[in-house]
Design a protein around this ligand. Sequence first.
Ligand SMILES: [Zn+2]
Length: 332
Amino acid sequence: MAFVNSTGIPVSRIFAFCSRSLSSPLTNPFFISTLPRVPSCKFSITAQFSPPSSSPSSSSSMNTQVGFSSSSSRWRPMCLYYTQGKCTKMDDPFHLEKFSHDCSRDLQVNATSIEKKCSQNKDFFLVLDLEGKVEILEFPVLLMDAKTLRVVDFFHRFVRPSEMSEQAINKYIEGKYGKFGVDRVWHDTAQPFKEVIQQFEAWLTQHQLWEKKGGGSFTQAAFVTCGNWDLKTKVPQQCKVSGIKLPPYFMEWINLKDVYLNFYGREARGMMSMMKQLEIPSFGSHHLGIDDTINIARVLQHMLADGAVMQITARRYPESQKVEFHFENRVR
Ligand SMILES: [Zn+2]
């Protein structure tokens, strides 16, 4: 049984991550991490990883490597009440010690990392990585400035299925989030998809990225996803289930895997492969949406710093609902 601390989040959420010390401190010219962190156990650290000779990262300078500068610090999971605007323990030192309340800390960049960066067609990227196979359970979005590569803000909500019995939901959540120790926070915070979308639109409006009366599409921003599933399949399905019309801003997106294939000339099947090939250590729990979104954003930063141009890779036509892919070379 997981020990539950004063936050209500089982301590397994903390100890589920590798917190071993690094044998040799590494400096990090790309990410200025004020509180250096330790990578998860899934990959060895940069210094121990031997890339294949044709690794895309061989074309990268060390400026784009992620490193760690202290052997005494440890990785801290994000407070998932905080990411949803519901943390009530911001004045509790014990809680602040256990959980991170600043996801931009993992995504900091310095000036030299953007020297090679090309100008982009969009001003902002919205990195999105949904969770939930039957219905959407988690909707995390990171807003990144295309010029500075900095994270401007994030939007994160757990989503309550609308067509499942309470019993089925409990089983689904236990299976999906129990192993991360975040099923309690899910139950405490999850909201129906329709409400999440309303809040997301308010958030977009607040950032002046979208207005309802303006036609509903983005002009300065584009979604960035790892694969086509999120916006080609899952969001349209969930809109149907939740009885809402597919919002126009979901009609086009950038599939990072396709840009990766065309930019580096090498295929990566998923987020973990891209991270491994680019020698980016992973943090957090793979398949916890907010952690995956942060990791995908780090791949995006790395690619932009290497000089990649992010172009729309897929577009859905409103009348036919058909999706057209813009790249000939695609990850299939
Ligand atoms: Zn908190």
